[in-house]
Design a protein around this ligand. Structure first.
Ligand code: TXA
Ligand code: MG
Length: 322
């Protein structure tokens, strides 16, 4: 795998060089792998859309090294600042008003007056600091496919469309970041993710307003069908039918489980954090068994279960076209 490099200190310079030239680097973050370009480089950002086959109306997240870097590009209201101080670096993205003449390429925001920003955990910050600009990075997967949580999965999905893949091992969270937008002091949850809504509510002292994600305008990335494996998905399954694979959670309860062409358990102990870590790679693995359908046992809608169920519902949604 000629374009894969172990992510240690020596990888920082070559990775930054690729970004400076307007190239693409796949980066490990605590949530999922990202497909990164310099957010101020139009050629680089355009290459992201091309590699993913992504509709260009779908804006990207700008990853910053710290709050001070974010402030060069966006304006923080008091609640957003509170969240950034509490949860950054971490799996939280804030949608904030973009400053004028910010230098962020308009392809990043798809022309919106706001910018989604987040400070990821880990060594990526060193690359961002060395580059001196935020990096735009959607999840490193073909548009509509399952997000990648390992360098091998990125390589299998995107191959040579990426100049360099940094291998930082498996992602610790396994789900994309939670996206929050504060408007007039009210907190809106645009996408459930790796930071549980309850934790945000505790810090804000208010309930999050769940945005109807099919109302597409707030977060155009919220297309119904997403994260789609080749197999169909059957959620809240209480039994296993002919030809199905089983994605279990907790002690297996589904009837006829012995029928399954393959079984993977997201967490035998029923731990949602562990289930989040395993979700995308298990969906991909089960897909390889050629099952017609992946039956999924019920997952409780609490904590990270909200984001897990969100991704499962998208994977199960009717596919447009194919
Ligand atoms: O954990 C993550 O968030 C990962 C890692 C790589 O950081 N990134 C990620 O990016 O999931 P992506 O592009 O797959 O999802 C970004 C989401 C999309 O749903 C997009 O519509 C939304 O963020 N978004 C971006 N800018 C926005 C804006 N200005 N207003 C509302 N939603 C926005
Ligand atoms: Mg994505």
């Amino acid at each position: 795998m000629d374009n894969v490099l172990t992510f240690d200190g020596e990888a920082v310079e070559p990775a930054t060089d690729v970004l400076r030239r307007g190239g693409l680097v796949a980066i490990p973050t605590e949530t999922v792998y990202g497909l990164a370009a310099d957010a101020t480089n139009g050629e680089g950002v355009a290459a992201i859309y091309a590699a993913k086959g992504r509709p260009s109306f779908n804006p990207l997240i700008a990853h910053v090294a710290d709050i001070a870097m974010a402030e060069r590009y966006v304006t923080f209201d008091p609640l957003s600042r509170k969240l950034a101080e509490k949860f950054w670096p971490g799996p939280l993205t804030l949608v904030l008003p973009l400053k004028e003449a910010s230098g962020i390429h308009p392809l990043v925001t798809a022309g919106l007056p706001t910018l989604a920003v987040r400070m990821p955990k880990g060594n990526v910050g060193t690359i961002i600091r060395t580059l001196g600009h935020p990096i735009a990075a959607p999840s490193a997967n073909t548009s509509g496919k399952i997000s990648s949580t390992t360098a091998q999965a990125v390589r299998a999905d995107l191959g040579d469309k990426v100049d360099l893949i940094l291998d930082g091992g498996a992602c610790a969270v396994g789900l994309e970041s939670t996206i929050i937008k504060i408007e007039d002091g009210k907190a809106h949850l645009l996408r459930p993710g790796g930071l549980a809504a309850e934790e945000i509510e505790k810090v804000l002292g208010q309930q999050l307003h769940r945005v109807d994600q099919r109302a597409a305008i707030q977060a155009p990335g919220m297309m119904a069908s997403h994260y789609a494996p080749d197999a169909a998905m059957r959620l809240n399954a209480e039994d296993v039918r002919e030809g199905e694979a089983l994605l279990a959670f907790g002690p297996v309860r589904a009837r006829n489980a012995e029928r399954a062409v393959a079984v993977l358990n997201l967490s035998e102990a029923g731990d949602l954090k562990q289930a989040a870590v395993n979700l995308f790679s298990y969906m991909k693995q089960l897909d390889r068994f050629g099952a017609t359908t992946i039956a999924v046992e019920p997952i409780p809608e609490i904590g990270l279960g909200e984001a897990i169920n969100d991704r499962l519902r998208r994977a199960a949604a009717p596919r447009d076209g194919a």
